[in-house]
Design a binder for this molecule. Structure first.
Ligand SMILES: CC(=O)SCCNC(=O)CCNC(=O)[C@H](O)C(C)(C)COP(=O)(O)OP(=O)(O)OC[C@H]1O[C@@H](n2cnc3c(N)ncnc32)[C@H](O)[C@@H]1OP(=O)(O)O
Length: 414
């Protein structure tokens, strides 16, 4: 008999959580308080499990939640976000992920969501379900002594100010700042109550001990909050009693270049600090070039991040704006999936509709996911054989239309 794939009951949450933790190779000890915290933020209708018919135990998990994704032009498109995918090591490669995904696809379509999103633990898993890598990240490590910054300056030079605040103040000013940031950041997603509560440590899991963090807020000369940085630091001393700390940035939001400059200047001026790790930034982040010597920032991480799966091509392509006018006919392959078909996109009017006209470009739905937020290049995907040009110049036109001046960035893992 095959496993039963279905939404879980509240009484099954401890078993479900244990399976998530086993799949993710994290602690399997979960307290009652952890379960209560989980339950508080769990929509049981969107929390799926696969149950072994013999033992009755939960052997695979998948959870989805409603998300808003900012697309080029600033619209927030409703997406089904996928998280907590886990299969017990004893039950791998039996098709459980595929069955859980199929259930979630049906639910997302029934809800009318145009997109699905996830952050892939491993690159090879999700392409087969039509997801394509749509944003990427870079982390830099700044050698502060080499930056060329004036480390005597700890106050912004623009008349603004940096204030160290407690977590309650961060919780008070953070959401509004984040809303402003995500409205102008392609690839950003909304932060819900669960995010703010657990990411700040105001509500904490016992198995993920809360690490002390510092919270810095940047205010403009007029007193408006325009940036924040959350960071932690290690406690490293040489044998000669010389402090050598590394600051790890956990969250840095800035809605103006001035705020961004002031926050990085501040972080690089903290006494005892030799290195600043920037956390996952946009690949075209200003950070290295805000430093007089950009080579003092060394790339330590560079990878794909947010993956996008287009379900409804007409609504997804109609929701974003385009950099230049132009008309493209796209032939999208998606097996028996909902995105399959031929579409005429008029970037001038922003209208996308099904068509019988001859195709200019042929591509798989995963490649469309990669192009959607403006990060991937159709010309490059054509060179890789993932996009086929039916009309000469169509890939270059797609790049001119789809790609954006600033690269998309998703600040949040989920
Ligand atoms: C959004 C997130 O939550 S990301 C986190 C994902 N979770 C993890 O990585 C935790 C550890 N790993 C696991 O829990 C599981 O091994 C999973 C979820 C990766 C795969 O689950 P399974 O139930 O074994 O997958 P399933 O049997 O349905 O396989 C589906 C297909 O994916 C392939 N596949 C499965 N795992 C992997 C992998 N790690 N790498 C490459 N291909 C894989 C299978 O070969 C199969 O391919 P096919 O359809 O061509 O035959």
């Amino acid at each position: 008999m095959s496993a039963d794939v279905r939404p879980i009951a509240e009484s099954e949450l401890p078993d479900w959580v244990r399976t998530v933790h086993t799949g993710f190779l994290t602690a399997s000890r979960v307290t009652e308080a952890d379960i209560a915290l989980r339950a508080k933020y769990t929509d049981f209708s969107r929390t799926h499990g696969a149950f072994d018919p013999d033992s009755g135990r939960c052997v695979a998990t998948l959870r989805s939640f409603p998300q808003e994704l900012t697309v080029p032009g600033g619209a927030a498109v409703r997406a089904t976000a996928i998280s907590n995918v886990g299969v017990l090591p004893t039950h791998r490669r039996q098709g459980l992920l595929t069955r859980l995904m199929a259930a979630e696809f049906a639910a997302a379509e029934a809800r009318g969501d145009a997109l699905m999103t996830l952050v892939a633990a491993e690159y090879p898993i999700y392409g087969r379900y039509g997801f394509g890598p749509a944003t990427s990240l870079v982390e830099w490590e700044i050698d502060v002594a080499r930056t060329g910054l004036d480390r005597r300056l700890s106050a912004p030079v623009d008349g603004g100010r940096i204030e160290l605040v407690d977590v309650e103040e961060l919780r008070r000013v953070g959401p509004e700042l984040h809303e402003r940031l995500r409205a102008r950041t392609t690839g950003a997603v909304n932060r819900d109550e669960r995010w703010w509560s657990t990411a700040t440590g105001l509500e904490a899991w016992s198995y993920r001990p809360y690490q002390d963090k510092f919270h810095a807020v940047y205010r403009t000369a007029e007193g408006e909050v325009a940036g924040l940085a959350v960071y932690s630091a290690d406690d490293h001393w040489t044998d000669a009693k010389v402090p050598q700390s590394t600051v790890q940035v956990r969250d840095l939001l800035a809605v103006s270049p001035q705020a961004e400059r002031a926050l990085w200047q501040f972080l690089c001026s903290i006494d005892w600090v030799l290195k600043v790790r920037t956390g996952y930034r946009a690949p075209d982040s200003l950070v290295p070039d805000l430093l007089p010597d950009p080579r003092s920032a060394r790339v330590v991480s560079s990878a794909d991040f947010l993956w996008v799966r287009v379900l409804d091509v007409v609504r997804a392509l109609g929701a974003r704006t385009y950099e230049v006018p132009g008309v493209l006919v796209l032939e999208v392959t998606d097996g028996t999936g909902p995105a399959a078909g031929r579409y005429r996109l008029d970037a001038g009017t922003g209208v996308c509709e099904r068509t019988e006209e001859a195709a200019d470009l042929r591509l798989d739905v995963a490649a469309l996911g990669s192009l959607y937020l403006g990060d991937a290049s159709a010309v490059r995907l054509a060179a890789l054989g993932r996009v086929t040009e039916e009309r000469p110049g169509a890939a270059a036109l797609a790049d001119a239309m789809f790609r954006t001046a600033r690269r998309p960035w998703c600040p949040d893992i989920f």
